[in-house]
Design a protein around this ligand. Structure first.
Ligand code: GUN
Length: 721
């Protein structure tokens, strides 16, 4: 510990943290997804110095100039992994000897995960480096690095396309030689170059993702050549490169953003699928009297009070800090910067756990005009799905996002472009159908749309009376509720986020323009029906009321099965033909029975559906299982291909059949329309039901990941066998 740090450390007791435990031998190098929120994921990368939780920032430690001691990073800031430069150590005789004899962890006095870079960045800054391709990997291996980096070729954004192509190709040519030198304990970074050309980034990710030598591939894929983009605040280009690379990077490899460490960039990068970051910004900015904050950079300048705080700054005024001698001040500010960086990452991880990372990225996009421009560009990709790698990445983001959400949904200008809302609306417009038959037994076409204005949620209380009155008046009425996201069928009234939209009374009570409503009705194919607008009324006192209510309940189950589980509406009607329900004290349906058998339960928290074993069994009507991964399938083209299924490896059938979760590595195929967070069924090779549960990962991830839970099983179907 340097004398300069004493004043900082004196202010707080710093308990020593236990050293890391190595991962299990069989897990070395594997990456698993533990929690996901769309493309954002909380993962674990298994190394010999611990299973690293991601997203994580690896502070850059200069072995010649340690602004903050690595041991202090570990103990005080919970830094689990850092990055240093193997080329700098290799060039420096004393450091090299010590690293070779004592190992990198001892040299740095750091018990966590050590990643090293290879000298590529030095070649970008200073010209060529003298080290060889295998030599630098062997050196990293020999000093006990956990995650090394091959000597890639830095692709500057100002290079010509031809030059950038060469950077991508030469990096790929060096991959086998690098992988051959890696040994059996070290993981290796396979950088993705390609400048600002989407196709080159996608090609590079695919080349590096499939590179293999002696059965070994890369474990992590950093995005290379992006420092010049960040220096010029070219954030749109930065996120374009990330999306393009992500479209073809294997799902079982974390994506690292080389040199990206400004906390303002974390939420958007994480929302788009970045897992690791590294940066010297905490130290470099501190040397220049600049403070990092999630809302941008702040000059110490002539501040009177702190607009951002940390335990490092607490108890000191900006004036006192200005008075410090230069080195002491820079150490203090580096502590602040590291603390703020770690805090923002913790906030991002928590947002992923809560399913709110996109909202955080949206909020942060307002702190900087270039960031805002980048965010708006990303929204365009999600809405337009261009025929480019970024469009493919946008599709993957949408498909990986659970459309049904817990908790409140705050309103903003961008609310309608959030991936879970785009996904939910896409499912609604593709799969929702007007009823095939009505409460009075007729089966004619609908005759009108009735829109219940001025009713705030919960609609089962505020709008039920008007819905029933409208149906009594004309049974062939399609009852809708207007929301700031567009009109929705009354039968989906308790589906979140619609029912959890946080609006002022004004928004709920003021009627919408006809034009706005019409746009939404068009999405559902209802534009040609006469539109009648009504306001809330009491439950009608009519002997036929209970019949209408039962019909509405059944429609609600049929609609949710069609929209969220892809069940053909006719099949959903058959399943609920003799439907009876059990209600809670608050009058909400808790169990749905048919012929006296429990088939499913509406989820009271988010309005989704949970199947019961009997329902899963009745819905498993197909005899052929999903195609094997990699096998060509003919797209049925149906909007309702049936409840999504996962095809299990025969060895796992007895375990999953008894209720154990489906783990990655035991899956042979999955239906392409499977949605994380929504119900799915698990079948064997003969298409027989093994279990049912909730999908955690996407079909693409199921085909690529080899560790972690793929389906959280609710019930095994073979318990009695
Ligand atoms: N550090 C910052 N950018 C890069 C890069 O493109 N490659 C490597 N190896 N290190 C980097």
């Amino acid at each position: 510990m340097t004398a300069l740090m004493t004043p900082i450390l004196r202010s707080g007791y710093m308990p020593a943290r236990a050293d890391s435990d190595p991962c299990r031998e069989q897990d070395l190098g594997l990456f698993e997804v533990v929690v996901r929120d769309g493309a954002a994921r909380i993962g674990r990368l298994h190394t010999l110095h611990g299973s690293l939780q991601t997203p994580a920032l690896l502070p850059v430690v200069n072995p010649n100039l340690r602004t903050i001691e690595p041991r202090e990073m570990w103990d005080r800031y919970g830094v689990d992994a850092l990055i240093t430069n193997s080329y700098v150590i290799w060039k420096h005789e004393k450091l090299k000897d010590e690293a070779l004899s004592e190992g990198i962890h001892s040299l740095l006095d750091f018990p966590g995960v050590v990643m090293t870079d290879s000298g590529t960045f030095q070649s970008y800054v200073y010209g060529d480096v003298e080290v060889g391709v295998s030599e630098i990997v062997e050196f990293q291996r020999d000093i006990g690095v956990d995650i090394g980096t091959m000597l890639d070729v830095f692709g500057r954004p100002d290079m010509t396309r031809l030059e950038l192509e060469e950077c991508v190709q030469e990096t790929a040519r060096r991959a086998p030689e690098s992988l051959a030198a890696v040994g059996d304990k070290m993981l290796l970074n396979g950088p993705i170059q390609g400048g600002t050309h989407q196709d080159l980034r996608a090609e590079a990710a695919s080349l590096m993702g499939s590179a293999e030598e002696g059965g070994r591939g890369f474990s992590v894929h950093p995005l290379g050549g992006i420092v010049p983009l960040m220096e010029k605040q070219r954030y749109r280009d930065l996120f374009e490169a990330l999306m393009a690379a992500r479209s073809t990077t294997p799902s079982d490899r974390p994506i690292h953003m080389f040199g990206c460490g400004h906390p303002m960039l974390f939420p958007m990068a994480i929302a788009l699928g970045a897992d690791l970051f590294d940066s010297a910004a905490y130290a470099i900015f501190a040397r220049d009297d600049r403070l990092l904050s999630p809302e941008g950079t702040i000059k110490l300048g002539s501040l009177t009070e702190w607009p951002v705080t940390s335990s490092a700054l607490f108890g000191r005024t900006p004036g006192e800090v200005r008075e410090m001698d230069e080195e002491e001040r820079s150490v203090l500010l580096a502590h602040h910067n590291l603390e703020v960086t770690q805090t923002e990452l913790a906030k991002c991880r928590e947002a992923v756990r809560e399913g709110r990372i996109w909202q955080l990225a949206e909020r942060r996009s307002h702190v900087n005009p270039q960031l805002r421009e980048a965010f708006l560009w990303v929204l365009d990709q999600l809405e337009e799905i261009p025929d480019e790698p970024s469009g493919e990445a946008a599709l993957q983001i949408l498909a990986s996002t659970n459309p049904v959400r817990l908790g409140r949904e705050d309103i903003s200008d961008d609310v309608g472009s959030r991936p879970h809302i785009l996904h939910l609306h896409a499912l609604l417009s593709m799969r929702w159908r007007t009823p095939g038959s009505w409460w009075d037994g007729s089966d004619d076409n609908p005759e009108r749309v009735v829109l219940i204005d001025s009713a705030p949620p919960p609609w089962r209380i505020t709008a039920l009376g008007a819905a029933m009155s409208a149906l009594l008046e004309n049974p062939r009425s399609v009852v809708m509720i207007p929301t700031p996201l567009g009109p929705i069928p009354y039968t989906m009234e308790d589906v979140s986020p619609w029912c959890h939209l946080e609006c002022s009374d004004e928004i709920w009570l003021e009627p919408y323009d006809d034009e706005e409503i019409l746009e939404g009705l068009e999405e559902l194919g209802l534009q040609d029906l006469p539109l009648v607008r009504v306001t809330p009324t009491d439950i009608p006192d009519d002997e036929r009321s209970s019949e209408v209510r039962d019909w509405l309940d059944r429609c609600s189950i049929v609609d949710k099965l069609s929209v969220l589980c892809a069940i053909p509406p006719l099949e959903a009607c058959r399943l609920t033909g003799e439907m009876e329900v059990r209600r809670s004290n608050t009058d909400r349906i808790v169990n749905v029975l048919n012929d006296g058998q429990h088939i499913l339960s509406p989820r009271l928290t988010d309005g989704g559906i949970s199947l019961a074993l009997e329902g899963a069994s009745r819905l498993n009507s197909k005899t052929n299982p999903p195609a094997l991964f990699g096998e060509q399938t003919l797209d049925s083209g149906s909007d309702h291909p049936g409840v999504p299924r996962v095809r299990l490896l025969e060895d796992a059938v007895p375990f999953v059949g008894r209720g154990r979760n489906v783990m990655h590595g035991y899956i042979l195929g999955a239906d392409p329309h499977l949605i994380p967070g929504q119900p799915c069924i698990v079948v064997d090779d003969g298409g027989r039901l093994v279990a049912h549960g909730t999908a955690i990962t996407t079909p693409r991830e199921m085909s690529q990941l080899s560790k972690g839970v793929a389906v959280r099983v609710r019930e095994g179907a073979l318990r009695g066998d």
